[in-house]
Design a protein around this ligand. Structure first.
Ligand code: ZN
Length: 342
């Protein structure tokens, strides 16, 4: 089994000794991908994960995994599809909308830059989405390295998001990430021009190595509608920097399930980063000698959060905010403005 959950004894031990009493009883994961088989076209072999491929990751499977990752906790999640051009995003979006209850599961819509903003608006409203998930691969006619945020989120679509007061789960493009001046400028423009939109920088702006955010993240802090999610960040120094230099009420616990339940860790090497996984994966260096016992990216992330939190003496209230309240407050505001029952 590719999942590192408490079904395995070594994970259960980590959970009981390091995680159970540290993590609050309620938690909201702000970054999860789900899809069902109909999303795939034809004989697609499925989404590649370390050592396996999956042809679906459904909401019931997610809820079951969360129960096994955090036994005894009340779990909820923000979910969206897999932003891969090969998959049918309409089918994926419908699945997400139809299976979210706005109580424990909150839906975001995959959005492509060439979609008609009117149709996007109709679906966002009609299918009760709370946000959108754009992605750089959806931008046509440019090498992925040259994609800009404005290419992913054209004005027509941002006007709709702003009008509805929805959230944007933004995986920023470009090699320099938060340190890239084009990104810096365009995040600032989005935040200022669309004050009702809530911009979430996924993976703390993809800050998997410290050098990338020092002096950069700080510049995003002044935009009150900019948030950070912590998905896949396993680096305690990055997390410590985030907790010190960013409004603590705008930090959202997130994992990037289903990837995050695989055995692995993201690590910094010489001002860069890589994933190290137990099984081979196209994005990672893997332990082909089978020397190491891995646990999940999720547990490595929580360990890193714990180390940062203890060093800063935060604990209690901060943890409630990080793991649950910041996210649920944000969702509550969006739902209230949209007239949904909170
Ligand atoms: Zn993701």
């Amino acid at each position: 089994m590719w999942k590192e959950t408490t079904d395995k004894e070594e994970n259960l031990l980590i959970y009981t000794e390091e995680i159970r009493d540290f993590v609050p009883n309620r938690l909201l994961d702000f970054h999860v991908h789900v899809f069902h088989e109909e999303t795939l076209k034809g004989d697609d072999p499925g989404f590649p994960l370390p050592g396996t491929r999956i042809r679906s990751y459904t909401i019931p499977e997610l809820m079951d995994d969360m129960e096994k990752i955090y036994p005894g906790k009340h779990c909820s999640a923000v979910v969206f599809g897999f932003p891969d051009l090969k998959y049918d995003s309409d089918v994926n979006n419908r699945y997400v909308a139809e299976n979210s209850d706005h109580h424990t599961v909150f839906p975001f819509r995959l959005v492509k830059p060439d979609e008609d903003p009117l149709r996007v608006e109709e679906e966002l409203v009609g299918m009760r989405f709370l946000g959108v998930k754009p992605y750089l691969n959806y931008v046509k006619g440019k090498p992925p390295d040259e994609v800009e945020i404005h290419d992913m989120l054209p004005a027509g679509i941002m006007e709709v998001i702003d009008k509805l007061g929805l959230m944007v789960m933004l995986h920023i493009p470009r090699k320099g990430r938060l340190a890239d001046p084009v990104n810096q400028k365009q995040i600032a423009q989005l935040a200022a021009s669309y004050p009702n939109a809530r911009i979430i920088l996924a993976h703390i702006g993809r800050a998997y190595y410290l050098d990338n955010i020092v002096g950069q993240l700080d510049r995003m802090e002044k935009f009150e509608n900019v948030y950070c999610d912590t998905a896949m960040v396993n680096h305690w120094e990055v997390l410590e920097y985030l907790f010190q230099h960013f409004d603590r009420k705008r930090i959202l616990y997130a994992t990037d399930l289903p990837i995050a339940v695989c055995g692995g860790k993201s690590i910094e090497i010489n001002n860069q980063y890589t994933y190290v996984t137990s099984q081979p994966w196209f994005l990672s260096i893997s332990d082909d000698h089978g020397k190491l016992v891995f646990t999940s990216f999720i547990y490595e992330q929580i360990r890193a959060i714990r180390k940062a939190v203890e060093r800063l003496g935060l604990q209690g209230e901060f943890l409630e905010d990080l793991f649950y309240r910041n996210g649920s407050t944000l969702i509550g505001k969006v739902m209230k403005e949209r007239g949904f029952q909170v």
